[in-house]
Design a binder for this molecule. Structure first.
Ligand code: G3P
Ligand code: MG
Length: 239
């Protein structure tokens, strides 16, 4: 997630702009971009051949549906309300809406085949001229990211971690990751220094308080995932 911010500090809209609109919807992405986010982060799940934006495995929290997403057909899911009359979007609809205006971080939420489906879609966008450095694929499931790297090595990957595994640096290096995407509570000076020495960026999630945005930036963190891109930009004097 290198390109995007003049200051070098990336403000990444979490699930679009989750603080302002229903998460992972086209409305949320649109608002995130309008508020000035340099990138948007989107959670992606696979259902058959389709890639859908959805954080939870269950539908209950974010839609008027009930139960597991995997138990529905694509057509049934598309009839659900994901908030404010929004449909659950496909990854392609999201990328078409963004249209290269900001970078897109695609977080893989389902595993086993998801990497190849995402690689297939992204290959088309790269062929249409989308710069690879304006995309990132991330996951907590590092083997899935490893598979993605084999399929589409030009698109950077981010190793998601919550906590600090014993050999986090070794795992990220083995993966050829461009960044460590880490829960903000686990960021410390040593981790940032070590990551930078290995050529890894550090992006922290999910950071909503202006004081925390400023503190992480002062610590040398390269960017943050936030539900409120406008507040984060204001905190750093970016907009
Ligand atoms: O990618 C950063 C962050 O989105 C990871 O956690 O649960 O919000 O998808 P989660
Ligand atoms: Mg996410």
């Amino acid at each position: 997630m290198s390109a995007g911010a003049a200051s070098g500090f990336l403000v990444i809209g979490h699930r679009g702009a989750r603080g302002h609109a229903p998460e992972n919807t086209l409305l949320s992405i649109d608002i995130g971009i309008k508020l000035g986010a340099h990138w948007v982060e989107l959670d992606v799940q696979q259902l058959g051949d389709e890639l859908l934006l959805m954080h939870d495995l269950r539908l209950d929290r974010t839609t008027n549906g009930r139960g597991l997403l995997a138990e529905y057909t694509f057509e049934e899911l598309r009839r659900l309300d994901a908030g404010q009359g929004q449909q659950i979007p496909t990854l392609q609809e999201a990328l078409d809406l963004v249209d290269q205006r900001v970078g897109v971080n695609i977080e893989l939420k389902t595993w086993g085949g998801c990497a190849s489906a995402v690689a297939r879609v992204l290959r088309d966008y790269l062929a249409d001229g989308w710069p690879a450095e304006r995309l990132q694929v991330s996951s907590f499931h590092l083997p899935e990211l490893w598979e993605f790297r084999q399929l589409l090595p030009e698109v950077p990957v981010g190793a998601l971690v919550c906590g600090v595994p014993l050999d986090w640096a070794g795992a990220a290096a083995e993966l050829g990751a461009a960044s460590l995407n880490i829960s903000d509570e686990f960021v410390d000076d040593k981790l940032v220094t070590d990551a930078h020495a290995r050529g890894l960026k550090v992006y922290a999630y999910t950071v909503n308080h202006p004081d925390d945005v400023r503190a992480l930036r002062a610590q040398g963190v390269d960017g943050i995932f936030t539900d409120f891109p406008d507040r984060a930009l204001k905190a750093i004097g970016g907009r």
